[in-house]
Design a protein around this ligand. Structure first.
Ligand code: CA
Length: 225
């Protein structure tokens, strides 16, 4: 999959390029709207990530102009602007999805997959994950256990998705930090333990066989049998 990343902050640019390449994307990077327009109209991309705060032009104006020029690839807007108005405007003006900074890498990757799947329905990638009686609907971002909906925060969903994708395997704290929180968190925080604790309170309720196991000093494993 060919991806155009339009982002002017060098640190985020480098982080995203590495992470996206690791996830299998072929990535081109543009640091401003002018360059982005040149790239996007000169080549065919499967998907675009566009930061709204660009040095030469607003990202929304860029997206509008690309749409006028016939660029139809889905656009994921990345922005520090969190207000509902900004999001609605972004989506009305030709963006296909909107993610606010700071974001979790796993969530960014999940949203890219969703956008691509919408555009290439034949891609046939999994939209559901199932581990024992736990089921995750990746499109609706909904988790159930034994048919009961779990009230998870978006972050908890991403964490549970990561555990499910690695069911039966041990994942360490640093793997979770890296994949779920991306670059946002200092590794010495106990954010993983806190979130696992809360997630366990929702997934492994009384009377159910516990699925999330702690291996002390090592990490966690989601039991697959
Ligand atoms: Ca920016």
């Amino acid at each position: 999959m060919r991806l155009l990343l339009v982002e002017d902050e060098l640190e985020i640019q480098a982080f995203l390029r590495n992470s996206l390449e690791e996830a299998g994307y072929q990535v081109d990077v543009a640091g401003d709207a002018r360059q982005a327009e040149e790239f996007a109209t000169g080549a065919s991309y499967d998907i675009l990530i566009v930061d709204l705060g660009l040095p030469d032009r607003d990202g929304i104006a860029l997206i509008l102009s690309l749409r006028e020029k016939g660029v139809t690839a889905p656009v994921l807007i990345l922005s520090a602007r969190r207000s509902v108005d900004d999001r609605v405007l972004g989506l009305e003006q030709g963006g296909d999805d909107y993610l606010t900074k700071p974001f979790a890498l796993a969530e960014l990757l999940a949203r890219l997959r969703n956008l691509l799947r919408r555009n290439h329905p034949a891609a046939g990638e999994l939209t559901r994950l199932r581990v024992q009686d736990l089921e995750l609907d990746l499109l609706r971002r909904e988790a159930t256990r034994g048919g009961q909906v779990l009230q998870l925060t978006p972050q908890e969903f991403v964490l549970l998705e990561y555990l499910c994708r690695n069911a039966g395997r041990v994942v360490t704290r640093s793997m979770i930090l890296d994949k779920v929180w991306g670059m946002r968190i200092q590794p010495d925080t106990n954010v993983v333990d806190v979130h696992i604790y809360r997630l366990r309170g929702k997934v492994d309720t009384k009377g159910q066989q516990p699925l999330i196991r702690t291996l002390r000093g090592v990490g966690y494993v989601l039991k697959d049998r």
